[in-house]
Design a protein around this ligand. Structure first.
Ligand SMILES: [Mg+2]
Length: 274
């Protein structure tokens, strides 16, 4: 175990946190046990920095993490003390104001009309869509790099919209509850950059496990050693991913997270007791 650094890049909502109430109490001890055993757990989520900070406080253990669908990595020194960078972070995105300008200037009005941005909705609508109370809603909407929205259109129109965004260096990410428009970044890209950096800094090999539940997790599921998928309640999610390597949980989050992480570790002959 010493010669190989195990990294778990994990989505939060619906993957580690219960899709409906965002709880993870049942697996908190297991997460802490992983960390105690030298495994690095790196949340890689569409959540904002301040939302992840809430999760970290609940866990009671500081972590490195990736925000807003791969826009930035924070707490780099917690991955390896040798990684020394200004502000202890890596940013892959332009500021949100530039993305908004580009969107308004370049994306055809037909598509713009189909976008209902969360920031323009009533408080009641925002709470309903995100499943959050007032306090946590404010943290979710305090975004540095991306715009959450609901899109009105068929899959074909979504695909066309995605192509338009791409032309102007932007991306559409589909999460468990909403879409997000961001700069040309993704969970997978941020993860790959980090792994490359670690391979250069660390003398040992890395083994990456990814846990996800939604289309915005595919870029990281496709780029790791062990992809794991968590089912969503009453929804067939990511069933079209055919990679034989994928471990699929039989339970939803949070229990499903422990299930796939244990199975992934077992495959490389690591058995955490308890
Ligand atoms: Mg999710």
């Amino acid at each position: 175990m010493k010669s190989i650094q195990i990294l778990i890049f994990t989505d939060l909502d619906g993957s580690l946190l219960d899709h409906n109430n965002f709880e993870f109490k049942e697996i908190r001890d297991f997460i802490l046990k992983c960390i105690k055993n030298g495994i690095k757990i790196i949340p890689n989520t569409s959540k904002t920095r301040i939302e992840i900070q809430v999760f970290i406080n609940q866990l009671g253990q500081n972590l490195p993490f990736i925000v807003e669908n791969g826009a930035a990595i924070h707490n780099l020194d917690l991955i390896h003390p040798k990684v020394k960078l200004n502000d202890n972070q890596l940013v892959f995105s332009r500021p949100l104001s530039e993305i908004v300008d580009q969107f308004k200037k370049n994306i055809p009005t037909d598509f713009q009309k189909r976008c209902v941005f969360l920031k323009d909705m009533t408080l009641i609508e925002q709470m309903k869509i995100l499943g959050l109370n007032k306090k946590y809603l404010a943290l979710a909407l305090n975004r540095d790099y991306s715009m959450p929205l609901v899109f009105d259109g068929s899959k074909e129109i979504v695909d066309e919209f995605t192509r338009h965004l791409k032309k102007f260096g932007m991306k559409l990410h589909e999460g468990g509850r909403v879409y997000n428009i961001s700069d040309d970044c993704s969970k997978g890209k941020a993860m790959k950059t980090l792994i490359e950096m670690l391979k250069n800094e660390l003398k040992c090999k890395t083994h990456t496990i990814v846990v996800g539940d939604s289309p915005n997790d595919i870029s990281m599921l496709n780029a790791c050693d062990q992809p794991c998928v968590i089912p969503l309640p009453n929804k067939k999610n990511l069933s079209y991913l055919k990679d034989q390597k994928i471990i699929r949980a039989t339970q939803t989050a949070p229990k499903g997270w422990e299930e796939v992480v244990r199975a992934s570790l077992k495959k490389i002959n690591i058995d955490l007791e308890g």
